[in-house]
Design a protein around this ligand. Sequence first.
Ligand SMILES: O=C(O)C1=C[C@@H](OP(=O)(O)O)[C@@H](O)[C@H](O)C1
Ligand SMILES: C=C(OP(=O)(O)O)C(=O)O
Length: 443
Amino acid sequence: MTSNPAHTALWPAPLASGAVDATVQVPGSKSVTNRALVLAALAAEPGWLRRPLRSRDTVLMAGALRAMGVGIEEGVGPDGSGEAWRVIPGRLHGPATVDVGNAGTVMRFLPPVATLADGPIRFDGDPRSYERPLHGVIDALRALGARIEDEGRGALPLTVQGGGALDGGTVEIDASSSSQFVSALLLSAPRFNQGVEVRHTGSTLPSMPHIRMTVDMLRAVGAQVDTPESGGEANVWRVTPGALLGRDITIEPDLSNAQPFLAAALITGGKVTIPDWPAHTTQPGDALRDIFTQMGGSCELTARGLEFTGSGKIHGIDVDLGEVGELTPGIAAVAALADGPSTLRGVAHLRLHETDRLAALTKEINELGGDVTETADGLHIRPRRLHGGVFHTYDDHRMATAGAIIGLAVEGVQIENVATTAKTLPDFPDMWTAMLGSDGLGA
Ligand SMILES: O=C(O)C1=C[C@@H](OP(=O)(O)O)[C@@H](O)[C@H](O)C1
Ligand SMILES: C=C(OP(=O)(O)O)C(=O)O
């Protein structure tokens, strides 16, 4: 839980003076954009990403793939509408250096890609990236035939000595600290000589929707994937080697980034509409329809998008967030304003996210007068009357948006380094003030 002294600027979180009433166009999903980039880069023909997210995490992913020989060009999409990236696969090669920033998707999804490159690919990133678990990917790739130099750390920084191809085969991993270990191996596996069979051996596996997202997106570009859900063994995924298609895909809005805006409707008893909310999706943010309904709102999927309405009441919740861990900071923020206590469970692995999110949420909410305690795998939140103060973000985009949610209802909350939202939502401060309108009411 380190804080960057260069990022001490304070942003006064706007207080809502009434019920919000706004339509908020949320940019593309980080998780879908970064998977689509990797799959398009590994394809046998060019492809298109329409409405990709452009944020720190996705720009780092695009930059890394370019450094390894992939063409990624700005375009307007084949039908002439919308912004797009055209991805032109090329021979992957080193030497190259990849900056992973603090992007889990970049640090986990790209070492397998680098094994397919000719030459050394060096991976480095923010100080926090050195602390985030990567051993599952490193050990698995070595077992599948890769050469990786990490000076025995099992973490970043490291160099993949790409040999132009990887044997692949069967591998056991413990992905209890991050589902991204499984996703990483599956995404590149169609290009491994023998494909892959990944066997998860750990006792828990977080973020299953993100693994389903990986599987669905692989299948959409022509890969053959066997999963526990398709009749296979529990905790075993198999990908057959084969060429991937270059597709034209439109990226869904980021439903986890819709969270603070939905929370605003819930907290102010207002209404927020999110256009283009997908009817079917593997994004974990879709669970907000149910979770925020249990916490006092109601919602309807209409032709205009997801229309979410607050009732003026905010209820506490007892919920296992293991499948949807990235929603925890926003739910904790709402829970701190509720009319009863909450228990958030199943998220011990959040201690190894952008920051130790359980410690950070506990400390920051309590410093505003709250009563939060950490449990072995989550948080107990007992709402108390909160007061203003500085809300530190620890370079964590979701801490910044959590602070903004609290600031809607609590006067004088100042967010330190709101610019950290650039990881996945660079326009957050402007979108937030636009939602509130010039008078603090819905636009
Ligand atoms: O694969 C993905 O796109 C993600 C998987 C999850 O990671 P963990 O399983 O490490 O929590 C999630 O928290 C992260 O924001 C994005
Ligand atoms: C955990 C997250 O990100 P990452 O992809 O860096 O793991 C997140 O966005 O909440």
